[in-house]
Ligand binder design. Structure first.
Ligand code: ZN
Length: 256
């Protein structure tokens, strides 16, 4: 694409965002790759080389072999927790603060939207930020447990009952967190614009949200490195790095 064409599309995206009454964002792995986090579902990331995900990252595998699960998760968690929000995260937080966007639905479990300052984040695949006891269902913040886990390999245990604390991430075989998923669908039904950033829309049921938004007339903006099934329905498709394009859109919106 010619630079002028690109700039015109960025401007058009900014205009749509400014005009929207209820704009929401949907992000995926591509929003966190500029922070150095690999797409952990992809085979090339190296995270699946030792174990097959279906052998270790399922609910039944967790229940059978929790120590093996925690051993598998440790490098991934370490990587995610040392990563920093990138300009795309920060721009989305700034747009929310100025009321241009109402919610960020994310498939990422790394907590980077929160750390960048976004308030209304809906992590539909769960988050590493909290843990839940598998016996008494007490939910706790991860900070307290993270250092001994990452540095010494000590699996997190409930202080009340002594059972394992399972990270609140959605494993294979697991349902999406019901309340968050409901909120994500409600936000989708309320939105008049959905900005899709850094996701190829391949993982269901999240991948159906843009179509749901489009069906009731919401504008669709897609920023992604590769094509998606929604490209033909989108008002604007910007192909490239979210960490460059989202800040460019945000600065057009916020400068006016
Ligand atoms: Zn407990």
């Amino acid at each position: 694409m010619e630079p002028e064409q690109h700039a015109a599309l960025v401007q058009k995206a900014a205009d749509l965002l400014r005009q929207a009454k209820f704009a929401i964002v949907l992000t995926g792995a591509g929003s966190s790759t500029p922070s150095g986090i690999p797409d952990f579902r992809s085979s090339g990331s190296g995270l699946w080389t030792r174990y097959l995900p279906t052998e270790v990252a399922t609910l039944s595998a967790f229940n059978r072999h929790p120590e093996r699960f925690f051993e598998w998760l440790r490098p991934l968690a370490s990587h995610m927790l040392s990563a920093q929000p990138n300009p795309a995260h920060r721009s989305l937080a700034a747009l929310e603060k100025q009321h241009f966007i109402k919610a960020v639905i994310t498939q990422n479990i790394d907590g980077l939207h929160h750390r960048a300052g976004s308030q209304n984040v809906l992590p539909v695949h769960g988050t590493l930020e909290t843990l839940t006891c598998i016996r008494c269902y007490r939910q706790v913040g991860a900070e307290k447990y993270i250092h001994s886990y990452i540095e010494q390999g000590i699996s997190p245990r409930c202080e009340i009952c002594g059972e394992y604390l399972k990270p609140d991430i959605v494993l294979f075989e697991e349902q999406l967190p019901a309340k968050i998923w409901l909120q994500a669908r409600q936000a989708t039904d309320s939105c008049d614009l959905m900005l899709i950033a850094g996701t190829s829309l391949l993982v269901s049921p999240v991948a159906q949200l843009p179509e749901r938004a489009w069906r009731h007339g919401a504008s669709i903006i897609i920023v992604n490195k590769t094509s998606t099934y929604m490209d033909e329905y989108a008002d604007i498709v910007l192909r490239g790095d979210v960490a460059e394009i989202i800040p460019a859109i945000a600065s057009e919106v916020l400068d006016d």
